[in-house]
Design a protein around this ligand. Structure first.
Ligand code: CO8
Length: 261
């Protein structure tokens, strides 16, 4: 296993990979080397034959307090433009075809909020502190926040949040559909995230990858095209062994033994 400076990587449960952001002195501010490490770790989990779902977390105090403001402060337009600054963040969403669960406790601000929004499933503590405070720094969200937050909460609320820079709680995140579930403590959050990852890891890898792929398509395609896309993938799964295994096991009242083929 590679050794990292800004993250920790583990396999806490069978089938479950974990990435823990670990830059405590800067509240997990997302400097470029941290993002590069995160991309590498997710690529390794993608290639891993043992890991089927991944949990991404920070500390109890901070998931991530944003992009690294000290790194960004001196950047010029031409440097940002010609180095495609933050473009590699998008790799996070494309390098991993296995489900990614973000477990958010404490601050998830700016790029930290955007990172959490990139996950497939977002869990948080009731007191988690989400927000897009970029406006206070004289800038705007740059890693998808204006798009993903708007899809999650609707235009009016997203406008209010992004234009005022006001933060919102984990409780609100859950009520507004940003978070799938909210937990009373950090321990309960991690346990909940691991349990869900284990459930996913118990299914056919073929079906899980297909399920993630088609749900993600709903974010990009008009409804008619999305439904058609789903049907094509659904039809394709009749070519998998696991569809036969799953349906035969149901008829025989047995637990399916997936071949992952
Ligand atoms: N970048 C760099 N350092 C940070 C960041 C950050 N985003 N956040 C916190 N730190 C550092 C602090 O400077 C401090 O370091 P030091 O001890 O050396 O002074 C240390 O972390 C601890 O922070 P505080 O002392 O401030 O801790 P508090 O508990 O008092 O406050 C807060 C916690 C409220 C989270 C506060 O730190 C804060 O407001 N942080 C900044 C939040 C913010 O504005 N985030 C948005 C950043 S902009 C952004 O993400 C743009 C995204 C664009 C796309 C992505 C591009 C990569």
């Amino acid at each position: 296993r590679r050794s990292y400076e800004y993250i920790e990587v583990s396999e806490p449960r069978p089938g479950v990979g974990q990435v823990t952001l670990n830059r405590p002195k800067a509240l997990n501010a997302l400097c470029s080397p941290l993002i590069a490490e995160l991309n590498k770790a997710l690529c390794d989990f993608q290639a891993s034959p043992t890991v089927a779902a991944v949990v991404l977390t920070g500390s109890e105090r901070a998931f991530a307090a944003g992009a690294d403001i000290k790194e960004m402060a001196p950047l010029t337009f031409s440097e940002a433009y010609t180095t495609s600054f933050i473009e590699s963040w998008s790799d996070l969403t494309t390098s991993l075809k296995k489900p990614l669960i973000a477990a958010v406790s404490g601050h998830a601000l700016g790029g930290g909020c955007e990172l959490a929004l990139m996950a497939d499933v977002l869990y948080c503590t009731a007191t988690a502190n989400f927000g897009q405070p970029e406006i206070k720094l004289g800038t705007i969200p740059g890693a998808g926040g204006s798009q993903r937050l708007t899809r999650a909460v609707g235009k009016s609320k997203a406008m209010e949040l992004i234009l005022t820079g006001k933060s919102f709680s984990g409780e609100e995140a859950e009520r507004w559909g940003v978070a799938a579930r909210v937990f009373p403590s950090y321990e309960a959050l991690m346990e909940g995230a691991f349990k869900t990852a284990e459930i996913i890891a118990g299914y056919s890898k073929v079906a899980v990858q297909a399920a993630k792929e088609v749900v993600n398509k709903s974010q990009d395609l008009p409804l008619r095209d999305g439904v058609e896309y789903e049907r094509r993938v659904f039809h394709a799964l009749f070519g998998s062994q696991d569809q036969k295994i799953g349906m035969k096991a149901f008829a025989e009242k047995k637990k399916p033994e997936w071949s992952h083929q």
